[in-house]
Design a protein around this ligand. Structure first.
Ligand code: CP
Ligand code: NVA
Length: 299
């Protein structure tokens, strides 16, 4: 039984095998006859908001021949306190796979353990593996192999998105730089466990110097709304803008996992100048997740 619970738990070979199939799903979207999810129903349990992840999984599951069943966590009994392991045992007897967006990583792991069906992490507080597999795939599509490149992340370096980036960098052999104030830097134990070429700095310009990719994410992740004012104050200098882009390699990609808050983590002009890249990145969620679904249902 395969799961995609985190990039930490996804071995390099499996990562590569997913990434290898993306272009076939993207190029062949209209005429691809493969239906690896034929006859299957996939539950999509979401405890947090989503546009890209929800739509790309619903469309992707349907295009692979399956039926997506969207379940808002607040509408099912989970939201009234039914334990995740009971929810998992019920759904495991009825559906063929699950895509889960929630807070605690342990909930996704428990669901996988108790349901006995393939389980995909669609974002937890700890990781966002589908996003970072997409980002790697997008960089390779636009700029060739990621090995040896430099990806500079500017913003909240302690949230799910940079955490998944750290595992990707360790497995795929590129340099990942994080520019954040000290208290928003990746946890020391994560850096120790992951290894790889990870550089943490408080200086966005130093992170951006000669980088192939500048990347950012929201300053206030879902679940951190109570800290919004404090985060906006403390992260105010960690914005991708024209001056920062000028430090990067000429022609560097500017990426954002979205949703974007103009004037905070990225300025309006820089966002719009790089919108083609950013929305290709968003579109690629669909193609990459089809490759993930296809991989996960193969024995
Ligand atoms: N990037 C991303 O996961 O977007 P959603 O929150 O809209 O799914
Ligand atoms: N770090 C962000 C990612 C949104 C896709 C969050 O968790 O809200």
């Amino acid at each position: 039984m395969k799961h995609l619970l985190s990039l930490e738990k996804l071995p390099r070979e499996e990562m590569l095998s997913i990434l290898r199939n993306v272009s076939a799903f993207k190029q062949g979207r209209k005429q691809d006859p493969r239906r690896p999810l034929a006859g299957q129903t996939w539950a999509m349990i979401f405890a947090k908001s989503s546009t890209r992840t929800r739509v790309s999984f619903e469309v992707g599951i349907a295009e692979l021949g399956g039926r997506p069943m969207f379940l808002s966590a607040t509408d099912i009994q989970l939201g009234r306190g039914e334990p995740i392991k009971d929810t998992a045992r019920v759904l495991g007897r009825m559906v063929h796979g699950a895509v889960i967006r929630t807070y605690a990583q342990s909930d996704v792991e428990q669901f996988a353990e108790f349901s006995g069906i393939p389980t995909i992490n669609a974002l937890t507080d700890l990781e966002h593996p589908c996003q970072i597999l997409t980002d790697v795939s997008t960089i390779e599509e636009l700029r060739g192999p990621i090995a040896g490149k430099v990806v500079a992340f500017v913003g909240d370096g302690a949230c799910n998105v940079p955490s998944s980036w750290i595992w990707a960098a360790a497995r795929l052999g590129f340099e990942f730089r994080v520019a954040s104030p000290r208290r928003y830097q990746p946890p020391a134990d994560l850096l120790r466990r992951a290894g790889g070429s990870i550089v943490c700095t408080e200086d966005p310009a130093a992170a951006a110097d000669g980088a192939d990719v500048l990347y950012t994410d929201v300053w206030v992740s879902m679940g951190k709304e109570a800290e919004a004012a404090e985060r906006r104050r403390e992260l105010a200098h960690y914005q991708i803008n024209r001056a920062l882009v000028q430090r990067a390699k000429p022609g560097a990609l500017v990426m954002h996992c979205l949703p974007a808050y103009r004037g905070l983590e990225i300025d309006e002009a820089t966002f719009e100048a790089h919108a083609e890249t950013i929305f290709t990145q968003a579109e690629n969620r669909l193609h990459v997740q089809k490759a993930i679904l296809d991989w996960i249902v193969q024995p």
